[in-house]
Design a protein around this ligand. Structure first.
Ligand code: TYD
Length: 284
C-alpha cells in the first residue's frame, strides 16, 4: 500500500470505492469569453509577459480581467497569505487551500467574466497545483488534478502559455527579486521536478498548451506569447464570442469580488510598439 508523504497509513482500512458524483453548483462553461492561463516555475518572467499581454488586450479593445492564483479574490487574498507568508502548511492542507482558492476564484470571478464575454488572463491556474502539489510535493498529479477539476466544475483554460526555463536560471531570478516566499525557498530538486511536470502536462495536452522558451530576451518571449494568443483572440472576435470594451463598464466591478489586479490598472512597462500594433489590428 502506498501513502502520500504527509499521512501515515491507517492500519486495518483500505481505500473505499467512491461512487461517481456530479458537481452540482457550477454552471457549464459559457460559450463566450476566453480563458488564458500563464504558467511556469518561479522566476520565469510571468509577471512581465502578463503585463505585455495586458497591453495587447487593451490595444485590441476587448473586455478583459487580469487575475491570479492564489489571491484573485478577497477570500483568496487571505488564503494566499496563509499559504505563502504564514507558518508551516502540511502538503495535503496546502493542496486543499490552493483548490479552495481556485473554487472561489472560478465561481465569483472567472465564470461571471466569461459569461460577459471577457478575456480572463490568469497568472497561474490548475496546472500549477498539479505541478507543485501533485509532482513536486509528491501528492500525485492525477489526484491533485481531480481535486481541482472538482473545485472548478472542470473548467479548463482555452489556452495555457507555459513559460519554460532551466531551474538554475529561474532560481537565480527568484533570488534577485528577493521576495523569498515559502515556496521560492524550496531546493533545486523541487524546481527540476516542477519543470518536468509542467513539460509533461504540455505534452499531454498539446492543443491547450503553448510552450515558450523563457530563457530568451523579454521581447522574443513576448513575440512568441503574442503569436499564440492573438490568433485565438482574432478567431473569437470574428465569432462574436468576445465583448468589446465600452459602455458596459469595467468587468471586474460588476457583481464580483475585485480581482487582485483589475483591468482598470495601467499596463506594465515595456510593452513594445510592434506588439501594440498587432493587437490593434486584431481589434479592427
Ligand atoms: P505566484 O503568484 O506566481 O508567486 P509570485 O507572485 O511570488 O511570483 O505564485 C505563488 C506561489 O504559489 C508560487 O510559488 C507557486 C505556488 N502555487 C502552488 O504551489 N500551487 C498552486 O496551485 C498555485 C496557483 C501556486
Amino acid at each position: 500500500m502506498t501513502t502520500s508523504p504527509d499521512l501515515p497509513a491507517r492500519p486495518g482500512t483500505g481505500p473505499q470505492a467512491g461512487s461517481p458524483t456530479q458537481v452540482a453548483d457550477l454552471p457549464a462553461r459559457p460559450g463566450t469569453g476566453l480563458l488564458i492561463s500563464v504558467e511556469g516555475g518561479d522566476g520565469v518572467g510571468k509577471t512581465t509577459q502578463i503585463g505585455l499581454l495586458e497591453a495587447a488586450l487593451k490595444e485590441a479593445g476587448v473586455e478583459y480581467v487580469l487575475t491570479r492564483e492564489p489571491g484573485g479574490t478577497e477570500l483568496g487574498a487571505s488564503i494566499r497569505r496563509l499559504l505563502l507568508h504564514g507558518g508551516y502548511v502540511s502538503p495535503r492542507a496546502e493542496a486543499l487551500l490552493y483548490a479552495a482558492d481556485r473554487a472561489h476564484h472560478v465561481a465569483t470571478c472567472i465564470l461571471p467574466a466569461l459569461e460577459r464575454g471577457a478575456v480572463v488572463l490568469t497568472d497561474r491556474y490548475l496546472d500549477s497545483s498539479v505541478a507543485y502539489q501533485g509532482a513536486a510535493r509528491a501528492l500525485g498529479p492525477q489526484e491533485v488534478r481531480d481535486l481541482s477539476l472538482w473545485a472548478t466544475g472542470s473548467l479548463l483554460p482555452d489556452l495555457t502559455v507555459l513559460l519554460d526555463a532551466d531551474p538554475a536560471l529561474t532560481a537565480q531570478r527568484a533570488r534577485e527579486r528577493g521576495l523569498g516566499d515559502r515556496i521560492e525557498q524550496e531546493p533545486d530538486s523541487f524546481r527540476a521536478t516542477l519543470r518536468q511536470e509542467f513539460l509533461d502536462l504540455a505534452a499531454a495536452e498539446p492543443d491547450r498548451f503553448v510552450v515558450v522558451d523563457a530563457a530568451q530576451e523579454i521581447e522574443a518571449v513576448g513575440r512568441q506569447v503574442s503569436a499564440a494568443v492573438l490568433p485565438l483572440l482574432r478567431e473569437r472576435l470574428a465569432q462574436g464570442r468576445l465583448a468589446r470594451r465600452g459602455s458596459a463598464g469595467r468587468l471586474a466591478q460588476q457583481g464580483t469580488e475585485q480581482p487582485a489586479r483589475g483591468s482598470t490598472e495601467q499596463p506594465a512597462r515595456g510593452s513594445t510598439e510592434q506588439l501594440a500594433q498587432r493587437a490593434q489590428e486584431v481589434g479592427q
